[in-house]
Design a protein around this ligand. Structure first.
Ligand code: N01
Length: 533
């Protein structure tokens, strides 16, 4: 494998694999680099028990190739991590993608040299690779957040992170487990830890809303039907607001009568999963509408949790429902009815320190043999900032984004020519079906790359005013919603100490975003400067 190619792709998740496939199919030479030992991206690392996608399996899969679609049968409505990882392995085999990859390679730096119009990336071992185009498919939830709790390194027991779970599940029988973090990962893993461990203590700093995931196997009849209905399903998703065929109730919550609202909410609650956050069209933008859905969900928590004090602690008090990523679970609230489970509300008794064998709060010391951290990620910008690409005029991403991410369509950054960020800030990404989103972005990038090569273009860079105008559009879209009201949300970077608080995803909807991308391409890449030199 040569160290000089047309394109470098970093990452082997959904976006990276598709980018490699598109580039290689177009006849470009590709170097693909991945830190993990194999393909999978987020689904390689997040192999904690209970990890499952909150988007239905039939939607959370590639749409670009009918034969691929026909070659895979999802066994369950919501696929578990092993099945998604197996699917990505199947895709890599089918399109022979692994031959382009160097696995176990950690990219630590990237710099663009104007003299030859190429990016040079450097790995942790000092190896370098160069290419005209650099596609960062580094994931928006991949840079692990290791909390800086006093004494964290003094703990003498076993320590696990949900986002870097060992390949062999640890033996927890007879052990006292402490779980820190109650976002989607903590909420998914808690019921399983409770079933395995002698005792589970859940340390909750912020409560989250979670909706039961009524998962079930697809029947053989449904599996046939899914294949028959795929073309229509994909058509309905292509420009939908979240990249799935599901919409909202036909009326705003504030315009529906009480019984009608209740019926709509029960329907969504029973369907389960993240769609509850979008029951009504006005739920994410009108606090009165949001309150209706929020109060319904809080009533369900009180229904399930037998101890009213614990129920009250599990009810969030710091954000409208859905403005932090809504979680999905398999028995989370009921877990707190078990005798071997205890909830510690860190708002009432903050952690003072972790000692060799316990978590000590201001009120008590909780002995633990095992600590599980489900403490999230430096989301959206973390993985890119850790590479900190440097442009031809010496501008570094870290500085360009010092006041928050500035992007053109969430895909390009002024000052960093020929560099593309996939699923990064400034795009709907985490608010949409990430797989179709990755396809849309990669297709747009590859069409641009091929256009540039046909025209002998050496550098492509967004105009600063065009990037500022897109970044302003991202902020304006967010300001029309309730999302910025969630003070501790990772969407805002609020979970990372010192990170600038800026709402990062584009809330205007997947379909609207895609139309913007289509328009820019149709207008011969208005907003970009294409230089032939
Ligand atoms: O991470 P998170 P996650 N002391 O950031 C707490 C996707 N995902 O891995 O909120 C004590 O949501 C932190 O508390 P607070 C999905 O998009 C999807 O769970 O900052 N606690 C929070 O409770 C999701 O949103 C799926 O106050 C500390 C938790 O750790 C995203 O990934 C499954 C702490 C982190 O929650 C991230 O989810 C899993 C400290 N020092 C993930 N530091 C599905 O598809 C942090 N916390 C279903």
């Amino acid at each position: 494998m040569s160290n000089e190619t047309d394109v470098i792709v970093i990452g082997a998740g959904f976006a990276g694999l598709y980018a490699v496939h598109r580039a290689a199919s177009a006849g470009l030479s590709v170097t693909a680099l991945e830190a993990a030992p194999d393909v999978g991206g987020t689904w390689y690392w997040n192999r904690y028990p209970g990890a499952r996608c909150d988007v239905e399996s039939v939607d959370y899969s590639y749409s670009f190739d009918d034969a691929l679609q026909g070659s895979w049968t999802w066994s369950e409505r919501f696929a578990a991590q092993p099945e998604i990882l197996a699917y990505l392995g199947h895709v890599a085999d089918r399109f022979e993608l692994r031959r382009h990859y160097r696995f176990g390679v950690d990219v630590v730096a990237a710099a663009f040299t104007q003299a030859d119009g190429r990016w040079q990336v450097r790995t942790a071992t000092g190896e370098t690779f160069t290419a005209q185009f650099l596609l960062c498919a580094t994931g928006c939830l991949s840079a692990l957040n290791r909390p800086n709790i006093p004494g964290v390194d003094d703990f003498a027991g076993e320590v696990y992170f949900t986002a870097a779970w060992p390949r062999e599940d640890p033996e927890l029988r007879g052990k006292r487990v402490g779980l820190i973090g109650t976002g989607s990962s903590g909420i998914q893993v808690a019921p399983i830890l409770a079933g395995q461990a002698e005792q589970l203590v859940v340390f909750q700093r912020s409560a989250n809303y979670t909706i039961p995931m009524p998962n079930r196997p697809w029947s053989p009849t449904e599996q046939v039907q899914i294949q028959e209905e795929y073309p229509e399903r994909r058509r309905a998703s292509a420009y939908a607001s979240a990249g799935t065929p599901h919409g909202t109730y036909h009326k705003n919550a504030v315009d529906a009568d009480p019984q009608e609202r209740l019926d709509a909410l029960w329907k969504r609650w029973r369907e389960g999963g993240v769609l509850f956050a979008k029951t009504f069209p006005d739920q994410s933008s009108n606090l009165a509408a949001n309150d209706i859905a929020r109060e319904f969900a809080e009533e369900r928590i009180r229904d399930i949790v037998t101890d009213p004090v614990v129920a009250a602690d599990l009810i969030p008090d710091d954000h409208p429902i859905g403005t932090k990523r809504i979680c999905t679970d398999a028995g989370y609230y009921a877990t707190f009815n078990r005798d071997n489970v205890r909830l510690v509300n860190l708002r009432r008794e903050p952690i003072e320190a972790i000692t060799a064998d316990a978590v000590r709060t201001t009120e008590a010391s909780y002995p633990c043999d095992v600590l599980v951290f489900a403490t999230g990620f430096d989301a959206m910008t973390g993985a890119l900032n850790r590479i900190d690409p440097t442009g031809p005029r010496g501008e570094r991403l870290h500085d360009i984004w010092a006041d928050g991410p500035v992007t053109f369509l969430g895909l390009m950054v002024p000052g960093l020519p020929n560099l593309f960020t996939i699923s990064g800030p400034g795009a709907p990404s985490v608010l949409a079906n990430m797989v179709l989103h990755a396809e849309v972005q990669v297709d747009w990038v590859m069409d641009l790359v091929l256009t540039a090569r046909r025209r002998g273009v050496r550098e492509i860079e967004p105009r600063r005013d065009a990037a500022q105008s897109w970044t302003a559009a991202v902020a304006t879209a967010a300001a029309k919603t309730l999302f910025p009201k969630a003070a501790s949300s990772w969407y805002l970077g609020a979970n990372i100490e010192g990170k600038k608080r800026v709402f990062m995803p584009y809330t205007g909807g997947f379909g609207t975003y895609r139309r913007h991308c289509d328009d820019v391409a149709r207008e011969d890449y208005a907003g970009l400067v294409l230089t032939t030199r």
